[in-house]
Design a protein around this ligand. Structure first.
Ligand SMILES: NC(=O)c1ccc[n+]([C@@H]2O[C@H](COP(=O)([O-])OP(=O)(O)OC[C@H]3O[C@@H](n4cnc5c(N)ncnc54)[C@H](O)[C@@H]3O)[C@@H](O)[C@H]2O)c1
Length: 320
């Protein structure tokens, strides 16, 4: 399948990731068929997409008449065959369950056109396992989006054992076309690339917090205003090159043996979870939240986060 032949997209699963992935394709003019198990889930997804599009427009990231045409291009269905037959690029954002995804991929292949690309948004499973029952494995690919998917630019594009170069190249070109930042991942390691880095950083940050080096708010402040600020602008390798690799070698010699290297899950997370402190959804995590979900205050908190993200998106990526 080549980029110029991709006309219609199917997104399977309309939850947190699926509705944002659908929105991203819609914003670039692609017709999207969104599938989920119940009409009520699809109606919620459509309402969320509408609200998100309004926020993009309010922030100057969408032209005025774009919302109507985008929503017109969205069709929803609870019939899998209807979603995938005639679709050229199919992306699955169903629950992270191997048997469910294997079954879904097998069904999709039986309904879709022979050369359609079938992508998974899995965060922790391998394409080789998910696609075990698919006959034409060269058209399978992992596209790992980050939450919120309609805003965070990077999408990891991961090859399975049998994925063809053409499938990878077309997927990368398609993601470029919809203004994402696709990154080819050559080895299918657990956690791919970004989540491995994120977990390494979280391990150290949680350890510093447990040791009482600073409060959660101060650690957030320190990271946002230093490495967060730099990394969002120039990345890691340019940061190191600009500082000097000789200096980085010295810093690593001094610190590498002294930082956290445990292979256990961080104790502080185990403790907080055992106390029912799950974060915003339970009212308390590292911070306290007094949100009335029945008054839509959680949606309001998400909108506030997205507004912050959209300011950065505009500055760093949108018009570049
Ligand atoms: N949430 C994240 O931050 C995040 C980030 C990256 C990747 N992912 C991955 O994306 C996928 C979806 O995660 P999510 O957070 O959107 O989950 P979610 O629970 O919000 O949404 C999943 C949706 O899939 C639907 N579904 C259930 N069975 C299905 C089936 N057989 N076929 C199609 N849809 C079905 C559910 O009704 C639900 O609406 C998972 O593989 C997850 O690991 C999630």
């Amino acid at each position: 399948m080549r980029l110029e032949n991709i006309k219609t997209i199917a997104v399977l699963g309309a939850g947190i990731m699926g509705h944002g992935i659908a929105q991203t394709f819609l914003m670039s003019g692609f017709p999207v068929r969104l599938f989920d198990l119940k009409e009520s889930i699809l109606a919620t997804a459509r309402a969320h997409i509408g609200k998100n599009l309004e926020l993009f427009q309010d922030m100057g990231l969408l032209e005025e008449p774009a919302i109507g045409p985008a929503l017109k291009n969205l069709s929803t269905t609870t019939d899998l065959r209807d979603a995938v037959q005639g679709s050229d690029f199919i992306v699955e954002a169903a629950p992270e369950n191997l048997a469910l995804k294997q079954n879904l991929f097998q069904q999709v292949e039986s309904f879709c056109r022979e050369d359609a690309i079938i992508a998974s948004n899995t965060s922790s499973l391998t394409l080789t396992d998910i696609g075990a029952r698919v006959k034409k494995k060269e058209r399978l690919v992992t596209t790992h989006w980050f939450n919120p998917p309609h805003i965070v630019p990077t999408v990891e594009v991961v090859k399975g054992e049998k994925t063809s170069d053409e499938t990878v190249d077309t997927t990368v070109a398609l993601l470029d076309r919809i203004k994402k930042l696709p990154v080819k991942i050559n080895l299918e390691l657990p956690g791919f690339l970004v989540n491995r880095v994120q977990v390494a950083m979280a391990r150290e940050i949680l350890d510093l917090y447990e040791k009482g080096v600073a409060s959660a708010a101060d650690i957030d402040k320190a990271i946002k205003g230093s490495i967060g600020f730099r990394l969002a602008s120039i990345g890691m390798f340019l940061t190191m090159d600009l500082a000097g690799l000789d200096i980085w070698l010295k810093v690593c010699e001094n610190l590498a043996p002294r930082i956290q290297s445990s292979t256990e899950p961080p104790k502080i997370l185990q403790e907080l979870v055992s106390q029912g402190r799950y974060g915003i959804k339970s009212g308390r995590g590292f911070y306290d939240y007094t949100l009335d979900f029945s008054k839509g205050e959680l949606d309001e908190a998400v909108r506030k986060r997205d507004t912050e993200f959209l300011k950065r998106l505009k500055d760093l990526y949108w018009d570049n």
